[in-house]
Design a binder for this molecule. Structure first.
Ligand SMILES: Cc1cc2nc3c(=O)[nH]c(=O)nc-3n(C[C@H](O)[C@H](O)[C@H](O)COP(=O)(O)OP(=O)(O)OC[C@H]3O[C@@H](n4cnc5c(N)ncnc54)[C@H](O)[C@@H]3O)c2cc1C
Ligand code: FES
Length: 563
């Protein structure tokens, strides 16, 4: 490219749901997409965004009517290293004291609304107690994920030993701040088949990449494409809050994409990438050239290979439609979950209140054994059993039997026959990178795209991020690892965007995974491939514990708590 363009407590996820399913017109899904393209000048070059073109800083205190100022405490009420929720009358703020200085910002995590006062304050950052998002106390900016928005920042002043906070009422109400983004300024001589940045995949990695580019002032054309029918949505909720309507899990409304000139081509599959000519070839034959490319195609769930695998009412949970349909079919009926994976166990937990019976079939003898070890696995299994889930361990499915084309029974290799009206498969996934086989982009033996610490592939200008990649993990001595976590996909997307803009930013984050079942939350930080020892603190039987997984000097840790 010529020039340069310019990141523990209870879970929680209580979602109110159920609106009628609504088909969206493709035009709506593609704000500036195929149906109504904007006019863009695309000359393959890019440049720094100039502040004078579109000022990107605004003064939150411009509107006097929107401002509230209140005395919130005495200076002695707060010690260094302490946080406190304070009430300004029309909303709360988080007051922080570190190294003698006071800071004030939103008190609720913009991700799912956790009370940040219960999080951890350390070295200029507050870490969310629920899923580990991190916010700078200096700016309120999000620095580690999950979540897309930052926190509103408020002014603090000390007068006569009293602490005053001056805040925007609107910001106190919303408790979030979407970073200001650059506008696309290439609006002449458009050529629909050319873009500057093409993002294949509109999951967490793709979306964060697009947003970061705009936040950093990138003002040329950005096109994202996805095989999905929908704009990016909160995939982890699909197995935790299965009857959520699309509107409740969409990460950004369509107006957001329109306002920020991020084009999303839905139901669009890239079939091949010609790296020499910098062209992406779509399944329908349409070609689009790019200047920079991000491949964030995630993974494809593995299917059963047994007899009867094609019968109706067997699902992988990948879309809101899948999740909604499973709940409907399972209602007062028999559900069988194949695979005691995170996805499988979350689905099993969710369905216990709806279904007549929930059975889990698993090859291992204990759920999560490889990941959490036998003791934690057994404790979790007990909790599931206490909630009516029946386990069929150390066996697998040999046949899915149908009646009038619909699933009726699941036959196990052990000989057991389970009545089943719906079946959910959670037996793992493989990277969705098959279309890159002939591309020259470096793919490892398992199909993962190999990237460096800047999310760059072996091809200049081609970046990759999220579940589809293997990348060097600093805390494992830069060993190449694949970490299919929601938080990691966000971080990858951000790093890729920064490096498209030649920032030279290397990834440095601690992997973080969470799951929530029966009102209990499990949070896992670090990355372990096996362990020699597990050290417990707390009460495992009560599922209120911290487990430290250790292996030749490496350590990961897991916390479990009731909500
Ligand atoms: C049900 C479920 C629950 C989960 N729960 C959790 C959780 O609790 N915590 C956690 O940390 N992680 C969880 N995960 C994992 C998490 O969702 C993933 O790590 C994350 O979504 C990865 O983001 P991504 O952007 O890499 O890919 P994805 O979100 O999978 O997005 C991939 C995108 O690429 C598109 N695509 C693929 N191939 C092509 C192509 N050829 N052409 C065009 N577009 C293409 C897809 O349509 C999609 O838009 C869960 C996953 C699932 C399925
Ligand atoms: S609620 Fe804060 S990271 Fe999820």
């Amino acid at each position: 490219m010529g020039g340069c363009f310019s990141k523990p407590k209870p879970v929680e996820v209580k979602i109110e749901v159920v609106l009628p399913e609504k088909e969206r017109a493709k035009e709506e899904m593609s704000p500036n997409g195929k149906a109504s393209p904007l006019v863009y000048k695309v000359n393959g070059t890019a440049r720094h965004y100039h502040l004078e073109e579109h000022p990107i800083t605004i003064n939150p205190y411009q509107n006097v009517k929107d401002v509230v100022e209140a005395s919130v405490c005495h200076v002695k009420d707060l010690e260094n290293g302490q946080m406190r929720e304070v009430d300004l009358g029309c909303g709360k703020a988080l007051l922080i004291k570190e190294n003698g200085d006071y800071y004030a910002m939103g008190h609720k995590c913009p991700h799912y609304g956790a009370p940040l006062v219960k999080g951890v304050l350390s070295k200029g950052r507050v870490r969310c107690p629920w899923h580990g998002a991190c916010f700078s106390i200096g700016t309120g900016d999000i620095e580690d994920f999950p979540g897309l928005d930052s926190l509103p920042k408020f002014q603090v002043k000390i007068e006569k030993e009293k602490v005053y906070i001056r805040a925007s009422k609107q910001a106190l109400l919303t408790q979030r701040r979407t970073k200001v983004m650059a506008k696309c300024i290439s609006l002449s001589n458009y050529n629909i088949s050319s873009t500057n940045v093409l993002i294949i995949g509109a999951g967490a990695a793709g979306l964060v990449c697009a947003e970061t580019l705009r936040q950093e002032g990138f003002s040329d054309r950005i096109v994202m494409c996805t095989m999905d029918r929908h704009l990016p949505y909160d995939r982890p909720k699909l197995s935790k809050s299965m009857d959520s309507h699309l509107d409740q899990i969409t990460l950004r409304p369509k107006e957001f994409f329109r306002t920020n000139d991020i084009e999303v081509l839905t139901e669009t599959q890239v079939a091949a990438v010609d790296i020499k000519n910098k062209i992406a070839v779509f399944k329908d034959g349409f070609k689009m050239d790019y200047n920079k490319l991000l491949i964030a195609t995630g993974n494809t769930p593995k299917a059963l290979s047994c007899k009867g695998k094609e019968v109706e009412n067997v699902f992988n949970i990948r879309t809101p439609e899948d999740a909604n349909r499973v709940v409907k079919l399972a209602s007062s009926k028999n559900a069988v979950i194949v695979g005691a994976s995170f996805l499988g166990m979350e689905v099993a937990a969710y369905l216990t209140e709806k279904a007549h019976s929930v059975s889990v079939v698993e090859l291992e003898e204990v759920p999560f054994k490889k990941f959490f070890g036998e003791k934690v696995g057994q404790a979790l299994m007990k909790m599931f059993e206490n909630n009516r889930v029946k386990f069929y361990m150390q066996t697998e499915v040999s046949e899915l039997r149908e009646q009038e084309g619909k699933l009726k029974e699941v036959v196990l290799k052990s000989g057991k026959v389970l009545r089943a009206d719906v079946c959910v498969i959670g037996i793992g996934a493989s990277p969705a990178t098959g279309f890159l086989k002939q591309s020259g982009i470096n793919i490892d033996s398992k199909g993962f795209i190999v990237v460096n610490k800047m999310m760059q592939t072996n091809i200049p200008g081609v970046f990759a991020a999220g579940d589809a990649v293997t990348f060097p993990l600093a805390l494992r001595n830069n060993k190449k690892v694949n970490i299919p976590h929601w938080q990691m996909a966000h971080m990858h997307g951000r790093i890729a965007a920064l490096n498209m803009l030649a920032h030279g930013t290397e990834i440095s984050t601690v992997p973080y995974l969470w799951t929530a079942v029966f009102g209990k939350s499990l949070r896992y930080a670090g990355h372990g491939e096996g362990f020699d020892d597990v050290v417990f603190q707390g009460d495992l039987d009560e599922l209120k514990f911290v487990a430290f997984y250790t292996k030749t000097g490496d350590m990961s840790w897991l916390t479990g708590k009731g909500s």
